[in-house]
Design a protein around this ligand. Structure first.
Ligand code: GLU
Length: 344
């Protein structure tokens, strides 16, 4: 689709966050509300993840102005997993350009699980979008670098620039997933058979597996998301990581595909581009305002953190973040938020 909008003056649609002490209060409130919620199951298909403490729960809001508001285990590290897909996509768009990556990887939802082989077969070998494993592996294959080691270094330094600090590999998670990721290897070979990736498929999977094993905290996720909310400038370091155009592209993809098969419902109820990962992280981005990072390992059947979804839903409403809301949210029914935001 070619929409020629290059000569149209651009305006942004945004508002402001409440003051710092009010954000602190609301973050503490969201944490206290959902701390004792015990629904969900910790992921175990990557064996080492099964051993994590299910009670961990961290929450952080990062403002585009640099303010940080954390509660609970906001500084505890875990593996970024699928959330890395969002930031590697941004780095690859920055390096390879909007059209190239759109044609090669796509931006449409598959409606199928994140590691579906059928989605590739049903779409003529096309990976469909960068948030499912096929598209993410195809995206990682496009990371600049002449060797897998160089590509990995570019991923690690790129994601570190989003976080504003050096991120490290969790060797145990990397090894555990490397021993059990036959399906991702099969997906990569399938993409190769359709001529969709040009590098060695197993090398692409290895770099992808490493990127998923980078250690982050909820606070890191909030800062990484706030960089996307801030037109690509890290609000803590002041460094430009990617262009404003790349941020728009990335957030659009997150809005349609970031929360697995529940992306539509998520956007409908919560109204924020977001990405979650199987280790229990979520990042949700409010363009022009900031971002929320959450960590809590128990997941719903789609793979999204249960407490994290609740906390983001609460903050989206109480901080006025829903990108579709043109006036203050007034609940129509006198029901608790839990029932207004049904989760799987
Ligand atoms: N490394 C995981 C995989 O590829 C990421 C899954 C996820 O977080 O959704 O299976």
């Amino acid at each position: 689709m070619d929409l020629d909008v290059t000569d149209v003056e651009q305006q942004v649609s945004t508002g402001v966050l409440p003051g710092a002490s009010r954000i602190d209060e609301l973050v503490d409130d969201a944490h206290a509300r959902y701390r004792d919620l015990e629904d969900g199951r910790v992921a175990d298909y990557i064996p080492v993840l099964a051993g994590v403490d299910p009670r961990l729960f961290g929450l952080c809001v990062a403002e585009v102005g640099g303010g940080l508001h954390g509660a609970g285990d906001a500084g505890v590290e875990f593996s970024v997993q699928s959330i890395s897909k969002a930031f590697v996509y941004a780095l690859v768009c920055e390096a390879a350009g909007h059209e190239g990556v759109r044609d090669r990887v796509g931006v449409n939802n598959t409606g199928l699980p994140f590691n579906s082989v059928m989605a590739v077969e049903l779409n003529d070998g096309h990976p469909m979008n960068p948030m499912v494993n096929a598209g993410a592996i195809a995206t990682t294959a496009l990371v600049p670098g002449t060797t897998p080691a160089e590509q990995w270094e570019n991923v690690r330094t790129g994601l570190s620039r989003f976080a504003g600090r050096q991120l490290e590999l969790d060797g145990e998670v990397y090894r555990s997933e490397s021993e059990t990721n036959a399906r991702n290897k099969a997906i990569a070979r399938l993409l190769q058979s359709y001529g969709r990736i040009d590098v060695d498929p197993l090398d692409a999977v290895d770099v992808y597996t490493r990127q998923c094993a980078l250690r982050v905290s909820a606070q890191d996720l909030a800062v990484m998301g706030a960089t996307l909310a801030d037109g690509g400038v890290n609000p803590l370091t002041g460094e430009r990581v990617v262009s404003a155009q790349v941020c728009r592209d990335t957030l659009a993809v997150l809005a349609s595909t970031g929360m697995y098969e529940r992306s539509g419902e998520w956007l409908f109820e919560i109204g924020l581009p977001a990405k979650s990962g199987v280790a229990g992280g979520i990042v949700a981005v409010a363009p022009g305002k900031g971002a929320i990072g959450t960590f809590s390992p128990p997941l719903d059947p789609a793979g999204n953190s249960v407490r994290g979804q609740r906390a983001v839903a609460h903050l989206s409403r109480s901080l006025g973040l829903n990108v579709f809301a043109s006036s203050v949210h007034v609940p129509e029914r006198a029901e608790p938020l839990e029932r207004q935001v049904p989760l799987a």
